[in-house]
Design a protein around this ligand. Structure first.
Ligand SMILES: [Zn+2]
Length: 277
């Protein structure tokens, strides 16, 4: 699905103004938020924006860009203004279209989804002979997301979290209207792989004769050390290693090693075994 996403106004044209806000800044922020929701969460959505910064761009330049790109849908985002008592949300499709048109069907879906998120009064679905609606070759909608001249609506507009909700409402509407497929959910923070564990094994000698190893074990036992035979094969030869301990702490292993050497087991050594769970 190819969406032409058009944040209203820009550059030298601030659009509506009120309560210290410019329409052009609000529409751009909402549109950028919408673009990232669509690109992050849905498959096979291509978004082309009429502007991604505060630039001046004519209306017919926008529609001809959408037409030559071959957009499937034209979405223009605006903020309303009027007398201070006017408030709420409304959206427009081209006045020449019937209520049973595909464009009207999309409008109804987006209208409903926008109102679920935007906390604005419902002013209804409307039609008008706006240039971007008339000159765009594909189904088109223009949403008017609250009145910049109204105290209640303008207070919402100042909140980034509200602008995010407005973007979300549009994303939900587009997803429903165009049956967009969600991306397979990828956990944002996958659990870390289990950490490898290093075990420090202390040996009091290694013997090629099992008998010698057993004698060493007996000797160690008589001196109060724990010990057992742990056989291993090195280059095809079996070695009987006399293990006296295994520690996760290198310090503890070193301590035992020192005790063994002090007790006369000069051939004692330490092996670090790293286990990958
Ligand atoms: Zn506008």
């Amino acid at each position: 699905m190819k969406l032409y996403l058009d944040p209203g106004h820009g550059g030298q044209d601030p659009g509506a103004q009120g309560h210290g806000l410019n329409e052009k800044d609000l529409t751009l922020d909402i549109a950028l938020k919408l673009q990232s929701i669509l690109q992050n969460e849905y498959e096979e959505v291509e978004v082309k924006m009429s502007r991604t910064s505060d630039i001046t761009k004519g209306l017919s330049q926008r529609t001809s860009e959408a037409n030559s790109w071959g957009a499937d849908y034209y979405l223009s985002i605006h903020i309303n203004s009027a007398v201070s008592s006017a408030e709420g949300y409304e959206d427009y499709i081209y006045s020449g279209l019937s209520n049973s048109s595909t464009t009207a069907k999309y409008q109804n879906i987006i209208h409903g989804e926008d109102l679920r998120e935007n906390e604005l009064k419902d002013r209804g679905t409307k039609k008008a002979n706006f240039l971007v609606l008339r000159e765009s070759a594909m189904p088109a909608i223009l949403t008017e997301n609250g009145f910049i001249t109204n105290t209640h609506d303008a207070a919402l507009m100042k909140q980034s979290s509200w602008r995010q909700k407005v973007a979300q409402g549009h994303a939900n509407g587009l997803a429903k209207a165009f049956k967009l497929k969600r991306k397979h959910s990828v956990p944002e923070h996958p659990p870390p792989p289990p950490a490898p564990v290093t075990l420090y094994k202390v040996f009091a000698g290694s013997f090629q004769s099992r008998k010698n190893a057993d004698e060493q074990v007996a000797s160690l036992h008589s001196k109060g050390f724990e010990a057992f035979v742990n056989s291993t094969t090195i280059f095809g030869e079996t070695w009987y290693r006399v293990q006296t301990g295994a520690f996760e702490s290198r310090n503890n292993a070193d301590e035992l090693l020192a005790q063994l050497k002090k007790a006369g087991y000069k051939d004692s050594f330490l092996v670090a075994d790293t286990l990958f769970p």
